[in-house]
Design a protein. Structure first.
Lengths: 244, 168
């Protein structure tokens, strides 16, 4: 009798953990929203659709904000907008210097996009940065920009020579860096967002009331913004390194 | 979750489009307006500096002019003072001369008057003397005194009693 009850209990617990695992996996998985029926079916995942939503919202917001900008007597809205963009602009300008001015709009775009993408979980959508495709795309764009900035600054010859600097011995390391840098950028962002997402989901499943609130501030908001900052900061730093 | 597929390409395309959108709609206009404002502020500051320089120049000029005016007025006053002094001295001198002249004239006229008076007196005295002499000569009786000596003595006796005592 007791034996039976015990096995039942174990079974019950097992089914709990199984249920928890399946819920987690469901949360983690990026669903395919629809499939474009060419090239053998291109599956468009949730992250891409959420990115479209972010793009649409950003375009709409910036379109609304940028109307009626005045040189003299700017309104409160314009002052906030200006100080925000001015802050980002100055931040990147300090990092990149005068010669990196042309890359600033892209970096501002990326920090805004990653920041919103990391925070969009608060609105019930799945963060696109939880999808490896998105972080990989961001990292590929970054490494392309990093190498391009060096190429643009030094010309083809100088760019090729820079791989053998400061001493030719580290040439293989420098070549490896082309792959290491984006992989580290990609994995750092992906890992952080995924990790905080998993932790938050676990906490929410275990204690659904009160406890998740302060932790959500840390894992969802703080960590998300820090990762956006780190991503563009490192990209800008690598670009500066390339341009030297 | 851990798969790389077409979505990577989609995301890259999305990023490029988002970059273009934000550059066109957000970053471009805002930094443009900031730059424009900075340019405007710089222009205004330059303008202000220029105005200040002009004002300073004008101020210097006016101060110079004021200084000149003050100097001029000083010299004018000085000149006037000098002239007044000279005139004053002239007038005093003239007055002195005039006074001297008048005094001289007065003295002269007084002297003349005196002389005149003396002369008149003399003539009067002479007349008196004659009258007296006549009176003496005629005497109480109305008779003419014949003797000269008597006449003389009589005269002396009548006019200079005291003197006669000294002489004798």
């Amino acid at each position: 009798m007791q034996e039976r009850r015990r096995t039942e209990k174990i079974k019950k617990e097992g089914s709990y953990t199984e249920e928890l695992a399946s819920r987690l996996i469901e949360e983690l998985n990026c669903d395919t929203v629809f499939t474009i029926p060419i090239f053998g079916g291109m599956e468009v995942s949730e992250s891409v659709v959420v990115t479209w939503i972010i793009m649409a919202v950003l375009a709409l917001i910036s379109f609304c904000l940028v109307r009626n900008l005045k040189i003299e007597n700017p309104g409160k809205k314009q002052l906030i907008l200006e100080s925000a963009i001015g802050f980002l602009n100055d931040f990147f300008k300090d990092l990149l210097g005068e010669e990196g001015k042309r890359y600033i709009p892209y970096l501002i775009t990326v920090i805004i996009y990653i920041g919103i993408a990391n925070l969009i979980g608060l609105f019930g959508l799945k963060p696109p940065t939880k999808d490896l495709n998105v972080t990989a795309a961001l990292a590929i764009m970054s490494i392309f920009l990093i190498e391009y900035s060096g190429f643009y600054k030094k010309g083809l010859k100088g760019w090729l020579k820079s791989f053998a600097q400061p001493v030719p011995v580290i040439l293989p390391i420098n070549i490896l860096e082309i792959f290491i840098k984006p992989v580290s950028l990609c994995m750092r962002l992906f890992g952080n967002v995924l990790g905080s997402f998993v932790i938050m989901e676990l906490i929410k499943i275990l204690v659904p009331i009160a406890i998740p609130v302060p932790l959500s501030f840390y894992f969802d908001i703080f960590d998300g913004l820090i990762q956006a900052y780190v991503f563009v900061f490192l990209t800008a730093l690598f670009m500066k390194e390339q341009m030297e | 979750m851990l798969r790389l597929d077409w979505n990577l390409v989609f995301t890259i395309i999305n990023l490029i489009i988002l970059y273009l959108i934000l550059k066109k709609l957000l970053v471009g206009p805002v930094t443009g307006i900031i730059d424009k404002r900075q340019a405007m502020i710089k222009a205004q500051l330059d303008n202000a500096a220029e105005k200040e320089m002009q004002a300073n120049n004008l101020k210097e000029k006016y101060e110079m002019a004021l200084l000149h005016a003050r100097e001029e007025s000083n010299t004018l006053v000085e000149n006037a003072k000098d002239r007044a002094k000279a005139e004053y001295e002239q007038i005093v001198e003239d007055a002195k001369k005039e006074a001297f002249r008048v005094k001289k004239e007065a003295e002269k006229s007084i002297a003349a008057e005196k002389e005149n008076t003396v002369r008149e007196l003399e003539s009067q005295i002479a007349d008196l003397a004659i009258t007296v002499a006549e009176k003496m000569l005629t005497d109480q009786t109305g008779k003419r005194v014949e003797h000269d000596v008597t006449l003389y003595d009589q005269f002396l006796k009548e006019t200079g009693d005291t003197n006669a005592a000294d002489i004798h």
